[in-house]
Design a protein. Structure first.
Length: 459
């Protein structure tokens, strides 16, 4: 996210200024120009807030060095001058890169904040403590900026929304909302729980899917290299003298010849579908399609589906305050679920039915066709008894217990399967290599073989 400031002039000649936040400078300019066109303003300048590196000194004192964010160089010079510095050098930072902090650092910040606020420590002191102890530069600078803006009386939701690239969209929303709520500690604690579950699930999913596929892919490359380039050197030594090869060796040699003759075609056939698929999945419709089929995958699909529902219920429980205000919590919870298909069904099917046709939550969720029968039954029961909020928490805890246990079992099973695959491949390679020891050359041809060995001795 970048902050852009503009200076404009209205038809009456009055100079106006303002700022907004956008994903990048190009998007910021588009927003400003659209606003100017709508309000008949003439844009005079657009500046992006950047990082400036400065060196300053008071008289003969030791110079100080530091960094400061500002819209232009003069702002930094003026600020240092007001502090009494007279020898000032300011330059724009060439590589102003601020990569997002690790999720673990964000989780730590939110979790420790909730614990300190539970101990009745004021939020301002909590921020000061965490700013001093945060190691990640991006997160530390972000916390400083947020703390300064909140001290000036800025709206907390507006402030945190500017740093979605640091915290994530949902986390930024929740932290901004917490400052306006009556119980900051509870919302921070719920957010920390959500982030921990999300991080744990992604780690488990990586162990269950990404790591095995990577292992199999690397194994395939190793086998192709062995069969295509290492094995033929031995096998061709026998064929050169007309020696009949054993069945496995002969078959492997045919595969080797095929690989070497068609290697470019094979690479194209393998790579191009992945490039096309990657391009397709990068589109909004592609992401929806991918996430839809992820929920229907064998074995893992059911666990992913239940985890998505768990996250939805946990966030819904945190935000829900009554049936009259259920739409916004449902929308935010759908976004937090981190599944494009689930979010699309909630926003484009369930919510419109609730708003336009006045359907209840259970009826709308049933029409969306994304909740399990168990979840729908629990929502129906909670809706009838007026305990929908607690029902959502119970459902979240139930699915958390189930998915954590089953996911561990699946990961162990997948690891065993991968080990078996590797073992089988290694045994086959060993058999193919060892089979050459059974070759029985024709005695009449041994003389030519010995002459070849003398001519090309093996070192």
């Amino acid at each position: 996210m970048v902050e852009c400031r503009f200076v404009a002039e209205n038809p009456a000649g009055k100079v106006l200024s303002g700022s907004l936040v956008a994903q990048n400078l190009s998007e910021g300019k588009k927003k400003i120009n659209a606003m100017a066109e709508k309000n008949q303003l003439k844009i005079k300048s657009i500046e992006k807030k950047a990082t400036w590196v400065y060196t300053a000194r008071k008289g003969n004192d030791k110079p100080i060095k530091g960094e400061q964010k500002a819209f232009n160089k003069q702002e930094v010079v003026d600020a240092l001058t007001r502090l009494g510095y007279d020898k000032i050098s300011v330059n724009k930072k060439l590589l102003d890169m601020n990569p997002a902090p690790p999720v673990q650092d964000v989780v730590t910040f939110v979790k420790i904040s909730s614990e300190l606020m539970d101990q009745k420590l004021p939020f301002g002191e909590v921020m000061n403590l965490l700013i001093n102890d945060t190691q990640n530069k991006t997160l530390r600078d972000t916390l400083k900026d947020i703390n300064n803006e909140l001290k000036k009386g800025a709206d907390s939701q507006v402030v945190f929304s500017r740093y979605q690239s640091v915290f994530g969209k949902f986390t930024a929303y929740m932290l901004g909302l917490a400052s306006k709520s009556g119980n900051m500690a509870e919302i921070y604690r719920a957010t920390a729980k959500f982030l921990e579950r999300q991080m744990e699930f992604k780690k488990s999913l990586k162990s269950a899917l990404i790591s095995p596929f990577t292992t199999i892919f690397v194994l395939m490359l190793a086998v192709m290299y062995y069969v295509g380039y290492i094995f033929p050197d031995t096998a061709n030594l026998f064929t050169k003298f007309g020696i009949e090869l054993p069945p496995m060796t002969a078959f492997t040699l045919k595969i080797s010849d095929f690989l070497k003759a068609n290697i470019l075609i094979i690479i194209v056939v393998i790579v191009i579908p992945f490039l096309i698929l990657g391009r397709l999945l990068s589109t909004p419709k592609g992401r929806i399609m991918k996430d839809k089929y992820m929920l229907k995958m064998p074995v893992m699909g059911n666990l992913i589906h239940k985890t998505v529902i768990e996250v939805f219920c946990r966030v819904f429980y945190t935000l829900y305050s009554g049936s009259a205000e259920s739409i916004e919590p449902i929308r935010i919870a759908a976004e937090a679920a981190d599944n494009a298909y689930f979010e699309n069904q909630i926003k484009n099917v369930a919510i419109p039915l609730m708003v336009k046709k006045g359907m209840g939550i259970t009826e709308a969720f049933t029409a969306a066709n994304i909740f399990t029968e168990t979840a729908l039954n629990r929502f129906h029961s909670g809706e009838e008894t007026g305990t929908l909020k607690n029902t959502a928490l119970q459902l979240a805890n139930y699915y958390e217990s189930e998915t954590v246990f089953r996911l561990k079992s699946i990961i162990e099973l997948i690891q065993v399967i991968i080990s078996l695959v590797i073992m089988i491949v290694m045994i086959l390679l060993t058999l193919v290599s060892a089979e050459t020891a059974t070759v029985s050359p024709d005695p009449n041809k041994m003389k030519s073989v010995l002459e070849f060995i003398r001519e090309y001795p093996v070192c």
